[in-house]
Structures are given as C-alpha cells and as structure tokens.
Design a protein around this ligand. Structure first.
Ligand code: SF4
Length: 112
C-alpha cells in the first residue's frame, strides 16, 4: 500500500474488518497484553480465548472463521482495543486483503 494511501486512510469504525471471514492471529506479546487487559493469567487467556491456528502455526482467537471477532461489540467497537492484536494494528499499513478491501468503509470512501 502506498504511503500516501495510508496517510489518507481514516477508519470509519464500521467494524467490517472484524467481520471478514478468517482468523485473528495472536503473538506471545498479544496474549500477554490481552491477558493483562482482561485481568486473567496468560495461561487462562490462551485456554479460554484461543485455538491452535490451522496447520498448528501459532494461536488464533477462538471462534468460527465466518463469525465476527469474539471481541467485537454490538456497537462495532473492539472490546480490547487498547491491547488489540498486532494483526489488527497492522491493518492497513502492513497488510491488506481483497476481502477486507471489498468491505472497508474507509477504502470505499471517496478520496480527495
Ligand atoms: S481484536 Fe478487536 S480489532 Fe481485532 S478483529 Fe477483534 S474486534 Fe477487531
């Protein structure tokens, strides 16, 4: 993604990216931050909130791949925003996908 496009990206808080089918990968650091935010041990967080990623390539947040993220609220807010996983924080500057580009309100917005 061009730097110019990232600078013009303004999240519309539609929650669409948190509903795109797929997985939210969590790193060791993500698990530590999320556990601290939720007030549970890292072990409890991993047991209660994560599953093994497909092909056992790490951990993902628990949930069906076609379901909204378990931390997305009815108001389209991230319940763990201050400790959001790296995958979430890296969008759109470090990664994008056709599925997200198709639904992202910021990308669909008319650019000046
Ligand atoms: S952790 Fe938060 S930002 Fe990431 S997909 Fe879930 S609701 Fe969205």
């Amino acid at each position: 993604m061009a730097a110019e496009s990232v600078e013009r990206f303004t999240c519309q808080r539609c929650g669409a990216c948190c509903r795109v089918p797929g997985y939210v990968r969590v790193t060791d650091e993500d698990c530590e931050a999320l556990a601290a935010l939720l007030g549970v041990s890292v072990e409890a967080f991993i047991a209660e909130e994560t599953d093994l990623a497909p092909a056992r390539t790490g951990l993902v947040l628990k949930g069906e791949p076609n379901a909204p993220c378990r931390f997305l609220t009815a108001e389209n807010l991230c319940r763990v925003h201050s400790a959001a996983p790296k995958q979430c924080r890296d969008y759109p500057a470090r990664w994008r996908s056709e599925a997200i580009e198709a639904v992202c309100a910021a990308n669909r917005r008319e650019q000046p």
